[in-house]
Design a protein around this ligand. Structure first.
Ligand SMILES: *Cc1c(COP(=O)(O)O)cnc(C)c1O
Length: 398
């Protein structure tokens, strides 16, 4: 059947022709401030500005030792979902630790935050209920909402007037439960959700608030407790990941009131029908929370790096989105330009990735840099020098 997939080939060709093709590089070292990357048959060391390794824990000896120990004590994997025979003492310890760290009654683990978001809505919300979602929320929230029967409302990104309009609409439609859901940080822009105002509106209309804090847990707010802590509010439901600041391995969670977590254990499909997290990953995650909670030094280094990079890049004339988060986007508008810039920066020893449609809107292509506590000021300077050189070559800056 030579033509069985010819229509797929045509689709792939369209992606290529539109300059939207994504490629992947092979890293052959641990994830870190500097990484070794395969390039034309040899290895290149490059400074890494595109990992979610905010606190630099991805190669932390303490996390690796904790994982090694759990491998020895608990074996490789559970070979079971949690409710059959997949729950270990380590899983319970991590759930208690998350709940305690984030100030919630309980927490529940998932294979990924993608699964936490995929499984959180359906048990809570039926067709008598409403979910109100920020337009720029993560793909996993969008998918999770698709899987539930609630009436769906969407508000323009960060637009509080629109949020209130949607809350009114849901209330007048007679919704039983209303859940407002937002990313704590919008990862393409590095913008914070306006959680103080969102909480106040949710309270006014007797709605619950859920915050996906994947780009915040561990490094935003006091002791890294996330965007609710930064905003001085309590969210009813938090979802988060161990795949970013908290060690960069894998795993997601929901932290919430006891009954909400209990309901998830009974009803959440990605929890009920998917394997338990491997003990080594769970042990490393416990260690990651310990380090993050005490890690003011790491947060200070992260913020100093972000400040330094922002200041230097702004001086050189690049167009940056304003902000305070270690996500720092360099705006280039055109997808091809973002691609070309990333390629040339790699040749100059700086690893960054171009982002373009459909990940960001058409005409808003960018290079999204992410700062890390694993970087030194000299690494940042080296990156800025490379940006200036390539920016001049491409006529982006004078
Ligand atoms: C990364 C991310 C996720 C997915 O987390 P995983 O644990 O990698 O599945 C979900 N939501 C947001 C906002 C994210 O940034």
């Amino acid at each position: 059947m030579p033509d069985a997939f010819s229509d797929i080939a045509a689709e792939l060709e369209q992606i290529r022709n539109a300059n939207l093709w994504k490629t992947e590089r092979n890293i052959i070292s641990p994830q870190a401030g500097y990484v070794k990357v395969e390039a034309q048959g040899s290895a290149r060391e490059v400074v890494n500005l595109c990992a979610n390794n905010y606190l630099g824990l991805a190669d932390h000896p303490g996390l690796i030792a904790a994982a090694h120990k759990a491998l020895d004590d608990h074996g490789l994997g559970m070979a079971s979902v949690r409710f059959i025979c997949g729950t270990s003492d380590l899983h319970k310890k991590l759930e208690a630790r998350i709940a305690n760290y984030l100030g919630h009654e309980d927490a529940i683990l998932f294979a990924a935050c993608f699964d936490a978001n995929g499984g959180v809505f359906e048990p809570l919300l039926g067709d008598r209920d409403a979910v109100i979602s920020d337009q720029l929320n993560h793909a996993s929230i969008i998918d999770g909402i698709r899987l539930c029967k609630a009436v769906r409302y969407r508000f323009a990104n960060g637009d509080m007037k629109d949020l209130e309009k949607q809350l009114q609409a849901a209330r007048s439609a007679g919704a039983r439960r209303i859940l407002v859901v937002t990313d704590g940080v919008f990862s393409m822009d590095g913008y914070f959700a306006r959680l103080g105002e969102i909480r106040a509106l949710a309270d006014l209309y007797d709605a619950w608030l859920m915050v996906d804090d994947c780009h915040a847990t561990g490094f935003i707010g006091a002791q890294g407790r996330g965007t609710p802590s930064r905003a001085g509010i309590h969210a009813d439901i938090i979802t988060g990941t161990f795949g970013k600041a908290l060690g960069g391995s894998a795993g997601g969670f929901i932290a919430a009131a006891g009954p909400v977590v209990d309901l998830m254990r009974q009803r959440s499909r990605p929890y009920l029908f998917s394997n338990a997290l491997p003990p080594a990953i769970v042990a490393a995650a416990i260690k990651a929370i310990d380090i993050a909670e005490a890690g003011n030094d790491l947060r200070q280094r992260l913020n100093a790096n972000a400040q330094h990079f922002r200041t230097e890049m702004t001086k050189t004339g690049f167009s940056l989105l304003p902000g305070e988060h270690p996500i720092i986007p360099i705006m280039l508008e055109k997808a091809e330009l973002a691609q070309e810039m990333a390629t040339r920066l790699f040749d100059e020893g700086v690893y960054v990735t171009g982002f373009f449609y459909p990940v960001v809107p058409q005409g808003k292509a960018r290079i999204r840099t992410q700062m890390s506590a694993a970087l030194s000021p000299a690494d940042i300077d080296r990156a800025v020098t490379a940006f200036v050189k390539v920016g001049k070559q491409l006529g982006i800056i004078a």
